[in-house]
Design a protein around this ligand. Structure first.
Ligand SMILES: Cc1cc2nc3c(=O)[nH]c(=O)nc-3n(C[C@H](O)[C@H](O)[C@H](O)COP(=O)(O)OP(=O)(O)OC[C@H]3O[C@@H](n4cnc5c(N)ncnc54)[C@H](O)[C@@H]3O)c2cc1C
Ligand code: SF4
Length: 479
């Protein structure tokens, strides 16, 4: 172990009483930073510059990973950060929460050859966090102002990425969001332990300083009509995400203490942000000392079980009707949850919620998997007479999300949506069937990933720009 590392371990283990606390923290911070720096440098140096950048191909943003790894290995962090920002509006956020095992890192050539992936996400986070710390990341200073405006509905990653790109070109950008804070699921969905909220707030503050206007607590279709919005702006982007929770319609569904995942996660995130949350403060949405049952096998279910761990729940059980190998969530997240003590009860399906006023237990049945169908997927089949009960004083339903009924919500019946309710767009221009109205992110794809929302936001900004340029040319011709 190097001398620096020994010092790091020593400082890490000392109790504050032994030394002056402030001095200890300063020393610790300095050596910790050095340690992180050395680790990032070592990881970056592991990139073989293989010339077949599968990592880059499998990153939805096609980030120039080998080049910024090389720059980081050489200690040229400012250039590395500029390169990372040239394809990504939030590299430090993707570095923290992308499922890298399914994207860049899972396709790293070194990983494929059995030597363990270069930890691309951590290096991306390190490069950008350093850039923030050093003050290299500055608000946009548009070289010219263009007198055309865009109204963006939704301040999630899709809306924010599009807003930033259009503002860079000098457009007047206004973002409307029904939440009180910008960020969408980055703020109220993804838990704090995966994505610290100050990291998101740092980004949105920068966008405000860049001249983008934000109207919070404004729900389009409720506080402001879609019709008015169309008249107010030269183009509109719908980036509203998907929020309608999929239901478990079982006997006893209306018993107390059965919650949709977003209610549980939002309350927890709000507490982390310092808000007072009545139903958390009175204990209803706090899982501390409770027997918690989470239903679902995706990433949202993993966020719920891991949040319950951090709230000191008495026991946490996760019910999923398939087995571990067939879970839809990230394998890394499932392993993390298992390590943290979550009890997965594979191949089980809830049949009934039991209790008089509040939930006291869940009746479940055991399942087995069929042979694979033509698509290769195995169907879960109930096993007869296999019912048993699981004690529960809190149940969290995490079965995924569907889009809300936007044509109805926006009072815009002509807006074309798919059978699933996602907004239909022209695949190339991302324009809806209404001229000048575009859509991006989860509301088009269905529940997806942050990195895809950013990609969509960037892509749609180019189409909006083209639309506005044409609009201006046609206006001038007509004049
Ligand atoms: C619990 C959870 C955990 C997740 N974890 C991860 C993860 O670890 N990694 C990852 O890559 N992805 C994760 N995802 C997915 C990711 O968060 C989404 O794919 C991404 O946020 C979609 O971005 P978006 O901009 O399309 O929508 P959103 O982030 O949902 O933003 C939409 C915004 O639109 C606003 N809005 C909606 N309707 C209206 C209206 N009528 N008027 C005004 N505003 C409106 C909403 O308030 C919201 O702010 C997670 C999702 C959930 C639910
Ligand atoms: S954006 Fe995501 S997929 Fe792309 S390099 Fe970063 S962590 Fe990997």
């Amino acid at each position: 172990m190097s001398e620096k590392m020994l010092k790091f371990v020593e400082l890490n283990q000392q109790t504050p009483k032994k030394r002056d606390v402030t001095k200890r923290l300063d020393d610790f911070k300095e050596i910790y930073n050095e340690f992180v720096h050395e680790k990032a440098k070592a990881q970056s140096s592991r990139c073989s510059q293989c010339g077949v950048p599968f990592c880059q191909i499998h990153c939805p943003l096609h980030n120039n990973i080998p080049d910024w790894l090389k720059l980081a290995a050489e200690g040229r962090l400012k250039e590395a950060s500029e390169l990372a920002h040239s394809t990504n509006n939030m590299p430090e956020i993707c570095g923290r929460i992308c499922p890298q095992d399914r994207l860049c890192e899972g396709n790293c050539v070194i990983e494929q050859s059995g030597h363990g992936t270069v930890t691309i996400g951590s290096v991306e986070k390190y490069i950008t966090d350093t850039a923030w710390e050093k003050g290299w990341i500055k608000p946009i200073n548009a070289k010219k102002e263009i007198d055309q405006s865009i109204g963006i509905i939704g301040a999630g990653p899709a809306g924010l990425a599009c807003a930033e790109e259009l503002r860079k070109s000098g457009y007047q950008v206004v973002v409307y969001d029904r939440y009180d804070r910008p960020g969408g699921l980055l703020i109220y969905g993804i838990p704090n332990f995966k994505l610290e909220k100050h990291v998101v707030e740092r980004r949105t503050r920068l966008l405000k300083k860049s001249g983008i206007k934000f109207y919070q607590n404004v729900e389009i279709g409720k506080n402001l009509s879609f019709e008015k919005l169309k008249k107010k702006h030269d183009a509109i982007l719908i980036a509203t995400g998907v929020y309608k929770p999929r239901e478990v319609n079982l006997p006893g569904f209306n018993l107390k203490n059965i919650f949709p995942a977003m209610e549980f996660l939002t309350a927890s995130n709000r507490k982390g942000l310092g808000d007072s949350v009545k139903n958390f403060d009175n204990g209803i949405l706090d899982s501390k000392n409770k027997d918690v049952v989470v239903i679902g096998g995706g990433d949202t279910a993993m966020d719920c079980v891991r949040t319950a761990v951090r709230q000191n729940a008495k026991s946490i059980k996760c019910l999923y009707r398939r087995n571990k190998e067939n879970m839809p969530g990230s394998a890394r997240e499932v392993n993390n949850a298992e390590e943290e003590g979550v009890n997965f009860i594979w191949l089980t399906n809830p049949k009934k919620f039991i209790g008089s006023e509040k939930i006291t237990s869940v009746l479940v049945e055991r399942m087995k998997l069929s042979d694979p169908d033509s698509s290769g997927r195995k169907t879960p089949i109930p096993i007869k007479n296999s019912d048993f009960q699981i004690k529960a004083d809190m149940v969290i339903k995490a079965l995924g999300f569907d889009p809300e009924d936007l044509p109805q919500l926006f009072n815009e019946p002509s807006l074309t949506v798919s059978n699933w309710g996602t907004v239909k767009v022209d695949l190339k221009s991302m324009q809806t069937n209404i001229p000048g109205v575009f859509a991006a992110g989860d509301i088009v794809r269905g529940a997806s990933l942050v990195v895809w929302a950013i990609r969509d936001g960037r892509d749609v900004s180019k189409s909006i720009k083209k639309y506005l340029e044409d609009k201006k040319i046609n206006k001038n011709k007509a004049a």
